[in-house]
Design a protein around this ligand. Structure first.
Ligand code: PLP
Length: 342
């Protein structure tokens, strides 16, 4: 054990990179059962060169954050939801189930073991938690693996907005699709990121940090951004797309609840691109940034502008501040979203 002393890190300046903590936790599945799991110091894995995760993409992952709250507790934001979503992902890819209890116990153990890497309250930083399940064991024919590894790694990450809460411009990319209509866009797996890499790089080369994907069947409706859900404010309504090929974001779900608390209406339905001109505020949402305000969306020659095109909208700003206040324990956890690490 490495003791309780905090490492000497510049918490406020950390990027969304990787800093080696004290431990990761690993469970192995063989002969039809998961083992008891163990904390490991080494952050290298040794696996068979014929592991199906390497060849055929049999892998799923999750992402969460742990925070030190104002009253010095360590909490994780809604990990029960990540556990449930990972079960859906595992199911779709023929990966053996991990119970919610086992998942939460693993989160509890790995965060506690790395307590000194949880950034201090007030720095805006957090401990990123990345569970993954990979199909291992030797196999060359296509099919589900015989063995699996469930690993949770953690690493401290800095505040997302170092230069303030600033909007970005997004690009609708039509020459690449991210997820097929009955494919795997609704589960959290690396394959969706492989499919999105080309669109992502295309947009980045043109100077856009964020890509917006349309539904792959008709290119008529908004699906989601490359790595985050699409949310918008239209009048007095929080509007977010309904689609079978997008990932059900836990931050989107939470913001929808807070929006209703704030007196907004909540609508989840297909959103045609033609409706973009009627939206007042747009945001890209997910665990990493919570909300990235989007001031403009470029689609071919067309540019949709939200608000004044420069400053984040007031509802989106309010939602962002409110969610962060819950995560850092600065207000009442009215919906019981915080899971305490003891
Ligand atoms: C992880 C992810 C999100 C965000 O989900 P959260 O649960 O809010 O972090 C959105 N879209 C995609 C494609 C993702 O992989």
């Amino acid at each position: 054990m490495s003791g309780k002393e905090k490492p000497n890190l510049k918490w406020e300046e950390l990027s969304f990179g990787y800093i080696k903590p004290d431990f990761n936790i690993r469970y192995h599945y063989a002969n039809g059962a998961w083992d008891e799991g163990k904390l490991v110091e080494d952050d290298i894995i040794n696996m068979h060169i014929a592991a199906p995760c390497l060849h055929y993409g049999q892998e799923v992952f999750e992402g969460m954050k742990a925070f030190e709250t104002k009253d010095k507790k360590i909490v994780v934001f809604r990990p029960d939801q990540n556990a449930k979503r990972m079960q859906l992902s595992c199911d779709r890819l023929y990966i053996p189930q991990i119970s919610e209890e086992m998942f939460l116990d693993a989160v509890q153990k790995v965060v506690r073991a790395n307590e000194r890497f949880v950034p201090p309250y007030g720095t805006g930083a957090s401990l990123y938690i990345r569970p993954l399940v990979i199909g291992t064991g030797a196999r060359i024919g296509v099919g589900p693996a015989d063995e699996y590894d469930f690993i949770i790694l953690v690493t401290p990450v800095g505040p997302y907005y170092k230069g303030g809460f600033k909007p970005v411009e997004a690009l609708i990319v039509e020459q690449f699709d991210r997820a097929a209509p009955q494919g795997i866009g609704n589960i959290k797996t690396g394959a969706n990121y492989a499919a999105g890499l080309a669109g992502d790089q295309f947009a980045k080369k043109k100077g856009f940090p964020v890509v917006l994907y349309l539904d792959s069947k008709e290119h008529k409706y908004i699906d989601e951004f490359g790595t985050s859900n699409f949310i918008s404010i239209k009048g007095d309504t929080y509007l977010t797309p309904q689609s079978d090929s997008i990932l059900a974001s836990i931050i989107n779900d939470s913001l929808g609840v807070l929006a209703v608390d704030m007196g907004l209406k909540l609508e989840r339905r297909p959103v045609p691109i033609t409706e973009l001109s009627e939206l007042d505020e747009v945001g890209a949402v997910g665990t990493a940034a919570v909300i990235t305000p989007v001031s403009k969306i470029h689609h071919g020659e067309k540019v949709y502008v939200f608000g004044d095109g420069e400053t984040p909208g007031q509802n989106i700003t309010k939602l962002y501040n409110k969610l962060l206040a819950v995560q850092y324990g600065e207000c009442e956890d009215a919906h019981n979203w915080l899971f305490e690490i003891k």
